[in-house]
Design a protein around this ligand. Structure first.
Ligand SMILES: [Zn+2]
Length: 169
């Protein structure tokens, strides 16, 4: 993990060297302290949370807090029990298994990326390139990178295996 963060910082530094105008977009997560690029509309803000997990975690926490505050007091409890009463509780017999064979599950193409991260990568890539990058372009780029990475790893493993054959432990 530390190596990954180091790699990220090296990359971030080279981006800021090449595009000094993006320095205004550089900010630090108020929760974990990591540096990251934010949208120009948030330039110079120092109260933001990073897109690598802190922002989403805080959003979920705030939402849980709101809901607890709303249903927490006595009046809230009354409202909630009323809501529960209103919910229909009809008995439904289990459905017989359908005769038709199920359509084969569609195979997903490629890995599933975290949509929040994809959007962040899209925003930063657009900032760096100075033009609008689409979600599709980001997904294609990520797929390409992953393929290269897998290929690279495979080559490393092959080399290690070859080396072990030559010089068994
Ligand atoms: Zn953070």
């Amino acid at each position: 993990m530390a190596a990954l963060v180091l790699e990220y910082y090296v990359l971030l530094r080279s981006i800021l060297r090449a595009k000094p105008h993006l320095r205004a977009c550089l900010t630090r997560c108020r929760h974990c302290g990591i540096f990251f690029l934010t949208h120009p509309r948030n330039a110079c803000r120092h109260d933001l949370r990073c897109p690598f997990g802190c922002r989403e975690a805080h959003r979920q926490w705030a939402s849980a807090q709101r809901s607890a505050a709303y249903y927490g007091d006595a009046e809230g409890k009354r409202i909630k029990s009323k809501l529960n009463e209103r919910r229909p509780r009809k008995y439904r017999a289990p459905e017989p298994p359908s005769e038709r064979p199920r359509p084969p599950a569609r195979r997903r193409r490629g890995p599933r990326w975290n949509p929040l991260m994809v959007e962040y990568v899209r925003m930063v890539a657009s900032l760096i390139e100075g033009r609008r990058i689409s979600r599709g372009q980001v997904l294609r780029m990520l797929a390409r990178k992953l393929r290269q990475h897998t290929l690279c790893r495979r080559r490393q493993i092959d080399q290690t295996v070859a080396w072990l054959h030559e010089e068994p432990p």
